[in-house]
Design a protein around this ligand. Sequence first.
Ligand SMILES: [Zn+2]
Length: 494
Amino acid sequence: MDTFRGQSVLPPSSSPRRGEDYTSPPMAERAKGKPGWGIEGGEKSILIEGGTIVTVDDAGHVYNPGYVLSEGDRIVAVGAGEAPSALHARAGECIDASLMAVMPGMVNGHTHLFQTFIRGLADDKPLLDWLKAAIWPVAQALSEEEAYLAALLGFVENLRGGATAVVDHQYIHTDPHNDDGVCRAAEETGARFLLARGWTDMGYHPAFMESSDRIVEEMTRLHDAWHGRAEDRIRVEFGPLIPWGCSEATMRRTYALAQAWDVGVHIHVAETQEEVAINLEKRGNRHIEWLADLGILGPDVQLVHSVWLDDGELDLVAEHGAVVVHCPVSNMYLASGVARIREMRQRGIPVALATDGPGSNNNQDMLEVLKTTALLQKVATLDAMALLPEDVLWMACRGGAAAFGQPALIGSLEVGKSADLVLVDLDTPFAMPVHRAPSALVYNVSGGAVDTVIVDGEILMRDKRVLCVDEKALLAEARVACARLFERAGVVVD
Ligand SMILES: [Zn+2]
């Protein structure tokens, strides 16, 4: 596995980005959407040109205008200006990105896809009350088919919000095949997917707890069935739910397996003060201290939330190299607190961004998360420069790639990386006039502006139309399934 550390984790905030002045490039003459297959070997090739290419590479290059050429599942050329004619000859399909930003597909570093069916059910509650009022009653009744439909809806939502890679912390095993349903949805949409198979073996709601043997047995089955499926777009890792729901014995046992399989560990930590107090009372240490004692704090570990970390814990995370996954909208929604993101970055801790489950957001719009990330740090630090747009894009793409465990594969528009791209329409009343594309992406636009989404060189969405599933039919089916689930769960919505 490539390590994120040793790379330039933090781009210099103040360094100027080249070619960022936004002027309207002439509309390309080439026909939009020309179908076809390009180069020898029958590999699909797509040339995107005319737009502002926000590469999120180490130097933060922005090309306005610029071009990107993909062949098969990889990016083979990125550059400034018009694409050379030789590249045109290689392209089977040309996409005119005039007045758009072309950016790497973002990584939604933490969500709970089943919660697409639960959003809006229990607004205005703190975490533990929210779990009891909304999440647990509905989740207990979830069937595999509903897990599949909720996930399908969630993947479409993620694509529309600019995320091409999704980490699902899936801990609802009321039906043993819920996880398979979620993986099936990932395979059908073509999204890149990391299933963090959740588990709890103590102190949690009894409906969701499992024995250590059962956890290992199911993880082994899922790893065999899904890890590496869909041209390696689907991967599986361990998802211990929460420190107060996980025994030390099973933490150690599953981490040994994770290391043997070369997969990661994904865990909620220090989301609320109350949870930190529980650990202090029962174990005598804070969440990060507990993980450090267990030896589970390396670059293969994703620490979701990390709101209530003290100075010593920040130092421990920096020293061991774990990735923090920041969920600002959810932290605000549940009144959990403000993670110390600026200080984490100053310490060199890689930080990824995420929506968290749509039950506590209430959507999965990563473009909205970008803006919230910047604003929350500004207001918490009273520093208008706490995070610049480039810093936020870096977290969503490069930090996300580190959290996803594939920093060499995704996260930037560079030759050799996977062709995971998003085209965002900047020719809208929300963004005009665009002076700097990174700023417009962070502060002006939301999911509605996403025009085209490409994963592994496959076009999943084009001209704001989802191509990978019948979206209207899915919405209708999900509406019916959701009502049936609520009825079975005995949940009455007023
Ligand atoms: Zn969560």
